[in-house]
Design a protein around this ligand. Sequence first.
Ligand SMILES: C[S@@+](CC[C@H](N)C(=O)[O-])C[C@H]1O[C@@H](n2cnc3c(N)ncnc32)[C@H](O)[C@@H]1O
Length: 264
Amino acid sequence: MRTVQYRSAENLNDRIQLHKRFTTSNQGWEDFVFSHLPQLNGKRLLALGCGNAIQWRVNRQRFAADAEIILTDLSEGMLQEARAGLVGDVRFTFRCMDATRLDFEDASFDVVTANHMLYHVPDIASTLAESARVLKSDGVMMTATNGANHMADLDGLLAEFWHAFEGTNTMSERFNLQNGAKQLHEWFSAVEKRLYSGDLWVTEAQALVDYAFSMPRVQQLIPSEQKEAMHVFFQARIDRLGGIQIRKETGLFLASQPKKAQRK
Ligand SMILES: C[S@@+](CC[C@H](N)C(=O)[O-])C[C@H]1O[C@@H](n2cnc3c(N)ncnc32)[C@H](O)[C@@H]1O
């Protein structure tokens, strides 16, 4: 399901658009990410599961001229979009690579990022072990993820619309804001959590329908012929209340002091 979901950047773009257009925060997510990255002067950064590289594109002007940024992803489709957005910028290189097995030397990076991707990886422990291995002893790993209650309001509405859709969105449950620190501590001596503040106030039904149908669970459980009915359902609520509130729970971990890890 993950391979299909991320073959191209389309599903991810639908999700990013909703967060961008309807956020209640005055700090954009990419700015939040940037504000927690160390200065990259003369530094080497490895991004795992970089997706369409939005974090790197949006912050492009803010990275040091002599930074070396290596963007990797398992999906060629994602890398294509990442590359297209950063054409001609010599600081960036792109590699198709599985995050569980990194083709890099020990202690060769100052920063590793694995943002909103670890919960997709079948073997999270190997990915963290590999990240600790390729990081220098004073390096930092950033892992952004969601919390167990992230977008639960949308799950509730979808269950109301389609009864077979019940329970919570489980996409990030294998590595989330609640259980991530424990997993990171296996490979890093120091782990800190930073929470992003901001929810969604959505005033356009179609944006919510697009978001919903970008989610694997919705694609599995709700037939696509229901898109129009779902639009009517969301629109009725927007007409009644002026908008739909969806609370978010998202943030990141900063892990440092990597423990010695053996190459697999
Ligand atoms: C939700 S996207 C996150 C993209 C980006 N890091 C961001 O925060 O905007 C998850 C990405 O992880 C990639 N991915 C999933 N499993 C992977 C693996 N085993 N190795 C490398 N990348 C993987 C997917 O192809 C997808 O691009």
